[in-house]
Design a protein around this ligand. Structure first.
Ligand SMILES: Cc1cc2nc3c(=O)[nH]c(=O)nc-3n(C[C@H](O)[C@H](O)[C@H](O)COP(=O)(O)OP(=O)(O)OC[C@H]3O[C@@H](n4cnc5c(N)ncnc54)[C@H](O)[C@@H]3O)c2cc1C
Ligand SMILES: *[C@@H]1O[C@H](CO)[C@@H](O)[C@H](O)[C@H]1NC(C)=O
Ligand SMILES: *[C@@H]1O[C@H](CO)[C@@H](O)[C@H](O)[C@H]1NC(C)=O
Length: 338
């Protein structure tokens, strides 16, 4: 019997991953997703979806490692299954190069990607402006395919989906027993969380099918990510910039910087431009609190603020959110507020 009603807010990669984890694991729950936007219109859809991360300052390193490892292990299993093409998940090899040798020469996730090593002098000759490089194989997860694939998996587990904008939690708290908040940047209004801010990212989509390997400058501002239908060129990281319009100058700058790394790109045709707002936050928020509504105490699990690494950390943080939901089911029944 499905007696516990769970609401998940958000249908980006974080919301859908969380909803699938709950619906497939907690058989006593009936799970509903409510979101204003669905694929292909979420921030997640435009992201290159490369698995990669920088370190958050205040989350214990072991927890960040677990988030990364659980996500890449989950996606590697898909990449090696017959679902790979439907799900838009595949292996991708390439390099990260640095103009100066970085302090952190071995990122915390280097043991979870495949074949991580320093580049040789021979390999670095291709990049005369750069001094140091790392090469490895990781996953690319294209959300334009992955999100509809997760959505199907969610429905098969009995999940329900509604398209709606939530303006306050009070009404939802009367209708659901547990609420999970995966609203990304929407959390700023919804959770009144002023710590969440936009980090604007613009990209170009180009036709350059001869490129097979990714190249990323370690400063995070220039990257070339070949994908299934096009190559993503980036990018920008503009904090507190809410503009969703394409900026011509940003586009020219991206093309120039990428062509310096990979001169053959000067011949590539631009087939699309896109802007997304990353849900920036000093640290992602994966924790639980309670809402009080008309004498009911409703657990509210937060899972948002993944910044530039929402796909990289999606499955790991979804498993943490699942644990928080599970814990709240085994607690005392909801009490009236005193
Ligand atoms: C240019 C660019 C490149 C990127 N590249 C990568 C990359 O290579 N790897 C990586 O890991 N990450 C990357 N990212 C970051 C990644 O896109 C985000 O971290 C991720 O998409 C966040 O997912 P999310 O589910 O939290 O948010 P979103 O995808 O924004 O989803 C939020 C959901 O919440 C819903 N919502 C919000 N408010 C409300 C409301 N009030 N009522 C109802 N629904 C609501 C929305 O409609 C939507 O469904 C990139 C981002 C950009 C912009
Ligand atoms: C990689 O290069 C860095 C910087 O030169 C060095 O400190 C490190 O030991 C190298 N790692 C390996 C495995 O050679
Ligand atoms: C989602 O989280 C944000 C940030 O904490 C909060 O303001 C908002 O009320 C939450 N929404 C729901 C439905 O819990």
């Amino acid at each position: 019997m499905k007696r516990v009603k769970v609401l998940v807010i958000g249908a980006g990669v974080v919301g859908l991953s969380t909803a699938v984890c709950i619906a497939e694991t907690l058989v006593c729950c009936s799970v509903t997703i409510i979101a204003e936007k669905f694929s292909p219109d979420t921030t997640s859809d435009g992201a290159a979806g490369i698995l990669f991360a920088s370190e958050f300052p205040d989350v214990p390193l072991g927890r960040q490692q677990r988030w990364f490892k659980e996500t890449i292990d989950h996606l590697l299993a898909i990449a090696h299954s017959p679902h790979a093409s439907d799900a838009g998940v595949f292996l991708c090899s390439g390099c990260q190069i640095f103009k100066e040798v970085p302090c952190d020469k071995k990122p915390f996730w280097s043991d979870f990607v495949l074949g991580f090593r320093n580049m040789t002098h021979q390999e670095m000759k291709r990049f005369p402006d750069h001094k140091f490089g790392q090469t490895f194989t990781t996953i690319k997860c294209e959300c334009v395919r992955y999100l509809p694939w997760l959505e199907k998996r969610f429905r098969e587990a009995g999940g329900q989906i509604r398209c709606e904008k939530i303006t306050g939690l009070q009404k939802a708290a009367q209708m659901y027993d547990v609420i999970v908040n995966c609203s990304g940047l929407g959390s700023r209004l919804l959770a009144k969380d002023e710590e969440v801010y936009p980090i604007r990212g613009q990209i170009l989509k180009v036709d350059a099918p001869w490129l097979k390997n990714f190249i990323r400058d370690g400063d995070g501002k220039t990257y070339i990510y070949p994908g299934m239908g096009y190559v993503t060129l980036g990018g920008t990281r503009q904090a507190d910039d809410w503009r969703l319009e394409v900026d011509e100058e940003d586009g020219d700058g991206i093309m120039e910087r990428c062509s310096q790394l990979e001169p053959s790109l000067r011949k590539a045709q631009v087939i699309g431009r896109w802007v997304g707002l990353r849900p920036g936050r000093t640290n992602p928020r994966v924790e639980r609190e309670y809402l009080y509504a008309e004498g009911r105490r409703v657990p509210l699990v937060h899972n948002y603020g993944h910044g530039g690494w929402g796909i990289t950390l999606s499955w790991g943080t979804a498993l943490d959110a699942l644990d928080l939901v599970r814990q709240s089911l085994f607690e005392k029944p909801p009490q009236a507020r005193l």
